[in-house]
Design a protein. Structure first.
Ligand code: DON
Length: 304
């Protein structure tokens, strides 16, 4: 077995010394205050062991990582009908690009770009009694942790500047691919993105996707096939126009967020989360990607 703690230690030492730590996202004003010197990694292996280094117990804004949890809840609720409204192809474009959505008649390329996640938010609103409360409970249950919460200041901050998401939602509405009012769907979407979690909470929450749909508390959340599908979507679409690069360098299904988090997993082996708030030009954590490349290279553990 690899010396996991030793490997995390050496990755951490390289990361904290890095000259270029990327750029913190500023288009959501509340995120601009985050110190890019934060760096944490948490690993949970299938034999029940946990390994952590750096700021792995500090909460951060999960942003687009929430899209995977929202998709899993929507699949559990309505299963296959989702795919009439959202495709499963990589977009090859940035997460907030609008051109393809118009060309392709309001059917988003996949559920992990913003327009696709907005359709998933619409599905959740149509199928949950109290959408915000119920979604938060779902995330808390997956993690076994009731302290997880929305950051209302971040949600509000994004609402004030989320013009492209308003454009996407209005475009979806014009193509009749949004059933609920634009304001209501975006309010839910901005809240889901504002959830704060630590690296160690995220490795817990994503465990079910590495375990054929069964979560840490031994509850079945998804079928084996549904878990396979979400992992396939993460591998091909989880990093937008950098999905190929992540598969090439890291070789794991994963998802990033503009808060600087990345969750990645190897089915039946482990879940790993990194947090480093500085982003590269494609909006993915610069040092997080490097750290995961080093992790799969040093451990020789990846899907390939
Ligand atoms: O909708 C947005 O722009 C943000 N709430 C989430 C974007 C995001 O995290 C992209 N990921 N790297």
């Amino acid at each position: 077995m690899p010396d996991f703690q030793g490997i995390l230690e050496s990755i951490y030492q390289d990361a904290i010394k890095a000259n270029d730590k990327g750029t913190v996202a500023t288009y959501i004003p509340e995120l601009a205050h985050i110190d890019k010197n934060n760096f944490g990694i948490h690993l949970r292996t299938f034999d029940g062991n946990e390994y952590g280094i750096g700021d792995y117990n500090k909460p951060f804004s999960i942003q687009s990582i929430s899209k995977v949890l929202a998709l899993s809840k929507a699949m559990a609720l309505v299963s296959e009908t989702i795919w009439n409204r959202v495709d499963v192809e990589p977009s090859g474009h940035p997460f907030n690009q609008l051109a393809l959505l118009e060309i392709e008649n309001g059917i988003p390329r996949n559920p992990l770009i913003n327009s696709g996640a907005i359709v998933i938010a619409d599905i959740l609103i149509s199928n949950l009694k109290n959408p915000k409360e119920d979604f938060l409970s779902y995330v808390r249950d997956l993690t076994g942790d009731d302290t997880i919460n929305y950051n209302k200041t971040v949600a509000h901050s994004e609402k004030m500047t989320g013009f492209k998401n308003y454009a996407a939602a209005n475009l979806l509405k014009s193509f009749k691919n949004l059933k609920n009012p634009v304001e209501e769907v975006l309010d839910f979407y901005f809240h889901q993105c504002s959830i704060e979690m630590t690296c160690s909470q995220l490795t817990k929450a994503f465990y079910f996707l590495s375990n054929k749909g069964t979560c840490l508390l031994n509850k079945t959340r998804l079928t084996k096939t549904q878990a396979k599908r979400i992992n396939a979507i993460m591998l091909t679409c989880g990093f937008y126009d950098e999905a190929g690069e992540f598969a090439f360098e890291v070789g794991l299904p994963g998802k990033s967020g503009v808060g600087g988090g990345i969750v990645a997993l190897l089915p039946d082996h482990f879940v790993i989360t990194t947090w480093s708030p500085g982003l590269n030009k494609k909006g993915n954590s610069k040092l997080g990607m490097l750290a995961l490349e080093q992790f799969t290279t040093k451990t020789k553990l990846s899907v390939f």
